[in-house]
Design a protein around this ligand. Structure first.
Ligand SMILES: C[S@@+](CC[C@H](N)C(=O)[O-])C[C@H]1O[C@@H](n2cnc3c(N)ncnc32)[C@H](O)[C@@H]1O
Length: 274
């Protein structure tokens, strides 16, 4: 795998993950990596419960509920250790869980075996961080949550295009990004410095356990809806930008939709593939 700096914090977190003997220990040691909570009392079950609450909310709000879902294929880009994947396998006939880090994918299998439907799970290693080794027009939904903000801008744009490529005509693309804020003038330069520190021998493992340093190292872009939708617009219809009612993010010829459950620093692009 290429050693681009944006991969380093995730691959380091993946190595920390691999050193734990089971997924409960992963959550205790690195649970904050995925849901920003800390504490030795945190269990894998509690962690998955957060996904069990979010998944139905987003499926309902984005109009993805369908009695035929158990015959459909859902691609999840950036699955981590399977926090949302469990609930997704209970809903969709096939879930292709994709991640940059093979350690997370291995733990994702364990998590889904305990709390989801493992016979519906396939995993895919995103080796280069920007392409999905999947055939075009094969998925019903391509989805990504709290992942594209962590990719270099070019990778986030490429993965967004990959989501559109793998979805069948009429299928849905449902992608989450982080909006710009004033704090970014400090956060983004600090995150570049942090990623350089992650590369120093022996330092990365320590940093990946410190919530504030790890979170800084992950922040990689603040793409705006126009930048994403513009190049993809010939391939999409019914483009919506979903935001928190307190957010002002707006989108390129897209309908603005609001849902209080969306983090006020996030937005979603929800569209139908042509
Ligand atoms: C914050 S976690 C979110 C996991 C999951 N979506 C959730 O909500 O629990 C971000 C995930 O994105 C993965 N990731 C980061 N960059 C990626 C890339 N370029 N391609 C694929 N996965 C990536 C990380 O390895 C990590 O598992």
């Amino acid at each position: 795998m290429s050693r681009r700096s944006q991969f380093v914090p995730w691959v380091t977190a993946g190595r920390v993950t691999e050193r734990q003997s089971n997924a409960d220990d992963v959550v205790k040691a690195t649970g904050w990596v995925f849901n920003n909570e800390t504490g030795n009392e945190l269990t894998l079950e509690q962690f998955v419960t957060t996904g069990d609450q979010e998944v139905p909310a987003y499926l309902n709000v984005f109009g993805l509920r369908d009695p035929a879902n158990d015959t459909k294929t859902f691609v999840e880009i950036g699955c981590g250790i399977g926090r949302m994947t469990c609930a997704l396998t209970r809903e969709f006939g096939t879930v292709v869980a994709c991640d940059l880090d093979p350690g997370f994918l291995q733990q994702c299998h364990e998590t889904v075996a305990r709390f989801g439907k493992p016979d519906r799970l396939q995993t895919l290693h995103v080796v280069d961080g920007n392409s999905l080794d999947l055939r075009a027009n094969t998925a019903d939904v391509a989805f990504s949550y709290i992942t594209l903000q962590h990719c270099e801008p070019g990778d986030a744009l490429d993965l967004s295009a990959e989501a559109v490529r793998v979805v069948k005509p009429g299928g849905k693309v449902v992608l989450n990004y982080r909006s710009k804020s004033r704090a970014d003038t400090i956060i983004l330069p600090l995150s570049t410095i942090m990623r350089s520190l992650f590369k120093l021998p022996g330092v990365g493992g320590f940093l990946s356990r410190q919530r504030v340093f790890a979170r800084l190292g992950w922040q990689a872009n603040r793409l705006q809806p126009d930048e994403i939708i513009g190049p993809l617009s010939p391939l999409l219809r019914d483009v919506e930008v979903w935001r928190n009612p307190k957010s002002r993010t707006s989108g390129y010829k897209a309908s603005i939709r609001e849902f209080e459950g969306i983090n006020k620093n996030h937005y979603w692009i929800v569209a139908t593939a042509r």
